[in-house]
Design a protein around this ligand. Structure first.
Ligand code: NAD
Ligand code: AHE
Ligand code: ZN
Length: 370
């Protein structure tokens, strides 16, 4: 057993507690990673809030990490000790029906046990005072040491700064990928992005990469607009400044609606607005935000009958083991400006402050250093 400092979520809605947990060695097909740094994503806060139907406690949250392989279990062939890696919450086995379809990145190899906070053999590698601690999203990056399946590891070049490229483990890749991989935005398009946190700002980068002509940034926190502008947004809309539905405002601004919209908040009313601000005949809306368990989306079917398309994106449609090295290269060349996202850096001991800053709308991403 290895001792590891970890921020443990003992119960929903309680601050994380920094304790020393025990980490069992990796079993067959598993990899032990020393996490160097991790981002804090809104999905961690969502699960901590108790709204996640897959939330199991006590657990070690975190899914936006970068680290170095410390040990590998039997039969591991594609990852070795010393490799620099990003853990993946969307595995890539290359062999399941999903991986082989070439239509989705949603690998099924470890997803069922992952959703129950377990390793593929149905047990946990973490324990505290002899009691099991659950894994989270197959990553649990809020621990100095974590164990993940081999299929959930993307190997990246050693030259990449782990305390920056950790953000490619979720937020930045998700936003960019949703635009480029899922929606496949074309040059000249008009795009609306709802929510300007880590995901929405990354979607702006994606829209810029796709050469969108107009990028409309929507947020109720006007402090987010300056960063959005730096990244390439051309128009800024604060729904609080209008007393009519925001979809009507955007339709008016765009001579009938946008070509593409992205919901990056997790609010079902906003998802409806994002769909309904799309242009008749061809506008497509992509849901990225995660809504609470039990929430449902609605619109008039007529919206779809008249040509709008509603779709969703998980991890930006990105197959992590294959595609993350390309994202890392773009970050290293400056095409993906990760520094713009890192508003705060802090040690693990202060991680609850990272959640506070997120809830107050004062951070884009806090990077936690071990
Ligand atoms: P964040 O908290 O950093 O940003 C959310 C932004 O939305 C904030 O700027 C906030 O001011 C804004 N906002 C809140 N209510 C709004 C409203 N009514 N209208 C307009 N803007 C509003 O969060 P994040 O880390 O960027 O994550 C965003 C969402 O994406 C979350 O739901 C998260 O769980 C989800 N997510 C999904 C995936 C995926 O693969 N599908 C990946 C990562 C995150
Ligand atoms: N457990 C949640 C599902 C939440 C969800 O949709 N997660 C996204 C990633 S969010 C990352 O910040 C995702 O990838 N979904 C696809 C998948 O396989 O989980 C719930 O609501 O039950
Ligand atoms: Zn995330």
């Amino acid at each position: 057993m290895l001792k590891s400092r970890a921020a443990v979520a003992f119960a929903p809605n309680e601050p994380l507690r920094i304790v020393e947990v025990d980490v069992a060695p990796p079993k067959a097909g598993e990899v032990l990673i020393r996490i160097v740094a991790t981002g804090v994503c809104h999905t961690d806060a969502y699960t901590l809030s108790g709204a996640d139907s897959e939330g199991v406690f006590p657990c070690i949250l975190g899914h936006e990490g970068g680290g170095i392989v410390e040990a590998v279990g039997p039969n591991v062939t594609t990852v070795k000790v010393g490799d620099h890696v990003i853990p993946l919450y969307t595995a890539e086995c290359g062999e399941c029906k999903f991986c082989k379809s070439n239509k989705t990145n949603l690998c099924s190899s470890v997803r069922a046990t992952q959703g129950r906070g377990l390793m593929p053999d149905g047990t946990t590698r973490f324990s505290y005072q002899g009691q099991p601690i659950y894994h989270y999203m197959g990553c649990s990056t809020f621990s100095e040491y974590t164990v993940v399946p081999e299929v959930s590891v993307a190997v990246i070049p050693r030259s990449a700064a782990l305390e920056k490229v950790c953000l490619l483990g979720c937020g930045v890749t998700t936003g960019i990928g949703a635009v480029l991989n899922t929606a496949k935005v074309e040059a000249g398009s008009t795009v609306a992005i709802f929510g300007l946190g880590g995901i929405g700002l990354a979607a702006i980068i994606g829209a810029k990469m796709a050469k969108a002509a107009r990028i409309i940034a929507v947020d109720i926190n006007p402090d987010k607009f300056e960063t959005a502008r730096q990244l390439g947004a051309t128009d800024f809309v604060n729904p609080k400044e209008y007393d009519r539905p925001i979809q009507d405002v955007i339709i008016e601004m765009t001579d009938g609606g946008v070509d593409y919209s992205f919901e990056c908040v997790g609010n079902v009313n906003l998802m409806r607005a994002a769909l309904e601000c799309c242009h008749k005949g061809w506008g497509e809306s992509c849901i990225i935000g995660v809504a609470p368990a039990g929430a449902e989306i609605s619109t008039r079917p007529f919206q779809l009958v008249t040509g709008r398309v509603w779709r969703g994106s998980a991890f930006g449609g990105v197959k992590g083991r294959t595609e993350l090295p390309g994202f890392v290269a773009k970050a290293q060349s400056g095409e993906i400006p990760l520094d713009t996202f890192i508003t705060h850096n802090m040690p693990l001991e202060e991680i609850n402050e990272a959640f506070d800053l997120m809830h107050l709308g004062k951070s884009i991403r806090t990077v936690i250093h071990f």
